[in-house]
Design a protein around this ligand. Structure first.
Ligand code: IMP
Ligand code: MG
Length: 205
């Protein structure tokens, strides 16, 4: 697998250092890929997010709605850090095509299985990028009249936003980098990497 050449690495590091949040750049590599967040850093942050979500719920029940497929691993871990009575549902939307670029169009491919009216709903998403996906889902879900509707995104790329939308819970805020692993894909591959890694722009397909 291709490694990032040093000029790429320096450019990415400069972007990271200018990101809204302080990001610790790990020099760890996994299967030849640069690791952005290690499995331990992810686990620690997900635990904090789960604790915050639990506090905000005041012992009320929760429905976690995962956005397939990218959020599956995040939802599985986050759910185990939330200690209120919780059920799962999943939706699927069309988002990115086969590469690193979005098609722009968002379409619901799989709808909710259960009604969400009167319930506390948490949409669980891997990355909040342009915001097209989450604003589309929020618009649809609001019509179902949930009691509360919040969003949790493991990663946020605020510089890429097209729609004005913020998630109530964000794991890490990152610059405009393409990442893979921990559920996130490049052309459906790499979802099973245990760490969040950087996809090099010159990576061979
Ligand atoms: P949005 O509608 O532009 O906010 O896109 C959100 C979706 O794009 C996420 O659910 C991801 O599936 C995908 N996506 C955005 N950035 C990345 C990335 O860096 N790696 C993998 N998938 C990404
Ligand atoms: Mg994806």
């Amino acid at each position: 697998m291709a490694r990032l050449i040093s000029s790429d690495f320096q450019r990415i590091l400069a972007q990271l250092l200018s990101a809204r949040d302080t990001v610790i750049m790990a020099t760890v590599t996994y299967q030849g890929l640069e690791v952005l967040y290690t499995r331990q850093q992810i686990a620690d942050r997900v635990a904090e997010m789960g604790a915050q979500i639990t506090r905000d719920l005041n012992d009320e029940k929760l429905v976690m709605v995962g956005v397939l497929k990218g959020a599956a691993i995040f939802l599985a871990d986050l759910a185990r850090c939330v200690s209120v009575d919780t059920t799962f549902d999943f939706v699927a939307v069309s988002s990115y095509g086969k590469g690193q670029r979005s098609s722009g169009a968002v379409k619901l491919i799989k709808d909710l299985d259960e009604p969400i009216e009167g319930k506390n709903v948490l949409i669980v998403e891997d990355i909040l990028d342009t915001g097209l996906t989450l604003s589309y889902l929020r618009k649809i879900f609001v019509q179902h009249k949930p009691r509360t509707l919040r969003m949790a995104a493991l990663l946020d790329k605020p510089s890429r936003r097209i729609e004005r939308i913020e998630a109530e819970y964000v794991g890490f805020s990152i610059p405009n980098l393409f990442v893979i692993g921990y559920g996130m894909d490049y052309a459906e591959r790499y979802r099973n990497l245990p760490d969040i890694c950087l996809m090099s722009p010159d990576h061979p397909e």
